[in-house]
Design a protein around this ligand. Structure first.
Ligand code: TYD
Length: 216
């Protein structure tokens, strides 16, 4: 099969509060790109590594016994590993890297507690590559939580609390980052996909190599 090659790697992040549908759209996009002959990879943060395990404990059992600074450190350590082991090498191999959450989540979720999203951005951008596109799926927390309850049967005590998610959403919606597109996540899946695909098509046009090359 002819593989579509890029002149550089592309980094696309999906963001939004829990229950916004970002994982669904990250996966749809990755599957579509692979079906279209692109070398795409879907990565998820928190990762399945050691720091990701610690983070999942907070999600499962709540925040008792851990300070806000320690919590931030877990996410940063997890991302440093992800950049070293997965994101960096994939971008160098000119892949399309699709992130199901990236440092914009840390700005919003940990920024909501520590009160310093801008500082958290700067801290991350010292080691984490800038995304070429960020899709922020925006939805009211009560609707998002009712989706989670319907799908999974319950919410976790760590991050999935309505008051907290209201603050997190407030930060997401206040961000003025280059390449960020906010999408109304109440639209149906097809409409949301249409908006995402339009932007991604533009990105691909910019980075697909002019000369058609075939892989062995
Ligand atoms: P999530 O993507 O919702 O995992 P799952 O699909 O397994 O439910 O991520 C788990 C939680 O981690 C989520 O509630 C948001 C939180 N989180 C942060 O607080 N900061 C971050 O930087 C990231 C990446 C996630």
């Amino acid at each position: 099969m002819t593989k579509k090659r890029l002149s550089k790697g592309i980094l696309i992040a999906f963001e939004g509060i829990d229950g916004s549908g970002k994982s669904t759209h990250a996966k749809i996009l990755c599957d579509d790109l692979i079906a279209g002959g692109f070398d795409a990879i879907l990565l998820k943060e928190p990762t399945s590594g050691m720091w990701g395990d610690k983070i999942r404990e907070i999600a499962k059992f709540g925040r008792a016994g851990i300070s806000p600074q320690e919590e931030l450190d877990y996410f940063i350590n997890d991302r440093i590993e992800d950049v070293q082991n997965n994101i960096g090498p994939s971008l160098r191999a000119k892949k399309i890297v699709i992130m199901d959450r990236y440092y914009i989540s840390t700005m919003a979720y940990q920024g909501a507690i520590l009160g310093n999203p801008e500082e958290i951005r700067q801290l991350n951008e010292r080691f984490a590559p800038l995304p070429d596109a960020v899709f922020l799926l925006d939805i009211e927390p009560d609707i998002a939580l009712s989706r989670i309850i319907k799908g999974r049967g319950g919410i976790s005590p760590g991050f999935e609390q309505e008051d907290y998610l209201r603050k997190v959403r407030g930060i997401f919606n206040s961000l003025n980052l280059p390449n960020l597109r906010r999408i109304n996540a109440k639209m149906d899946v097809g409409q949301i996909k249409g908006e995402i695909d339009r932007d991604v098509d533009g990105l691909l046009k910019r980075y697909v190599e002019k000369r058609a090359k075939t892989s062995p």
